[in-house]
Write a protein that binds this ligand. Structure first.
Ligand SMILES: [Zn+2]
Length: 380
């Protein structure tokens, strides 16, 4: 578990990348599985209104946290019928957000962003009443051109392309002026606020360190200063030695239900090598991730025999070099589903105090997720 100084392993990507602009100037990138040369793609000829100004950031002096105020998002596309889906390929009859008639993976700037299109540092020395433009970038990642698919159902080669796309965007967005953190994630399921059914994820490039990332960076920094070790590496070693919450031990990654899980379903997937972000994963690591990750998502659906809503969140090291030293990439998958027909809601203790109470034990959840794997594959 030694640290990797590399920012990126460009040779790890197996994916063809090409970029274009949508009619209103937003950037769109095609990531092709690389099996055949990418086809020639038509231009976006829609008559779109110009891009509006960025929303606003306001400083919450009580907590020292930034809040994005994005009132324009109230009017964004909400659960459109399949024949109006903005992520399906365009057809001669209808233009979607993606001008091509077919694609593998596409990333484009969100038309209704919480952050951006301006790029700006947050105001210095903020206090009560401080506001500024909500700079940064919000991108949409379409995982497949199949409207009805799921991430767990993607084939291994396609998952690899998605990983390459995350790596490409992490590196590119980290280099934009003012960006402090890049967050790749997927919200899956209407129950947790998904507004489009088409399988997709998002990438946020924040102009500040998010509250959760700031807390974890402080803890990792303090542990490194005290012990000379990586905190995430220390936890990974502890979980592997204990074994009671382990789900998978691969050559390059391991997955477990964390010791102090907050959610009824929570899984952490952690690389064995300390890397700051997805861009720094090498080819062998990306190959294994492309197999392990959809398997874990599939177990969540298998658990109750129906689609489980989840949030899949990539924790990447902050962009600031001073905080990157202790940063350690890992994936956190959480679900509020606590029974076939019941969800956990964030009530008083969680929503107001940030103090989680979990009604399940992590060890029981791990045992159930291990049984699910046996059912799915016939092996342990
Ligand atoms: Zn669609």
């Amino acid at each position: 578990m030694t640290g990797s100084p590399s920012r990126s392993d460009a040779t790890a990507s197996l994916t063809e990348v090409s970029s274009t602009r949508l009619a209103d100037g937003r950037e769109l990138l095609y990531f092709d599985d690389g099996i055949s040369p990418p086809p020639c793609r038509p231009e976006d000829t829609r008559d779109l209104p110009g891009r509006g100004p960025s929303g606003e950031l306001r400083y919450d002096a009580l907590s020292g946290e930034w809040v994005a105020v994005a009132a324009h998002r109230q009017h964004r596309t909400h659960l459109p019928p399949a024949d109006e889906c903005p992520l399906c390929p365009s057809t001669p009859e209808r233009s979607s957000e993606i001008p091509a008639e077919e694609y593998d993976v596409v990333v484009f700037e969100n038309r209704f962003p919480s952050l951006g299109p301006d790029l700006a540092d947050v105001p210095p020395a903020p206090g009560w009443g401080t506001r500024g433009p909500a700079g940064g970038r919000c991108e949409v990642v379409a995982f497949t051109n199949d409207h009805t698919g799921t991430f767990a159902g993607l084939d291994t080669r396609r998952v690899r392309t998605v990983i390459d796309a995350w790596a490409h965007r992490t590196e590119a967005l980290s280099a934009l002026p003012g960006v402090q953190q890049v967050f790749c994630f997927e919200n899956r399921g209407q129950d947790i606020g998904v507004t489009l059914h088409h399988p997709h994820g998002q990438i946020y490039a924040y102009p500040y360190l998010t509250p959760r990332a700031a807390v974890m960076a402080r803890a990792a920094d303090a542990f490194l200063a005290e012990t000379g070790q990586s905190l995430t590496g220390h936890i990974l070693a502890g979980e592997r030695a204990d074994g009671s919450r382990m789900l998978v031990e691969g050559e390059h990654f391991s997955a477990y239900v964390p010791f102090a899980a907050r959610w009824p379903l929570e899984i952490h997937l952690v690389p064995h090598r300390q890397v700051p972000d997805i861009a720094a994963l090498n080819g062998a690591e990306r190959d294994e991730l492309a197999v392990l990750y959809p398997d874990l998502l599939g177990r969540l659906d298998e658990l109750y025999g129906s689609p489980t809503p989840y949030i899949s969140a990539w924790h990447q090291a902050p962009v600031d070099p001073a905080l990157r030293r202790s940063g350690y990439l890992h994936l956190q998958i959480t679900s509020p589903r606590r029974a076939a027909d019941r969800l956990k809601f964030l009530a008083g203790s969680e929503a107001a105090m940030g103090a989680f109470i979990n009604d399940t034990t992590p060890e029981q959840v791990a045992a159930r997720l291990r049984e699910t794997s046996v059912r799915r594959t016939g092996t342990s």
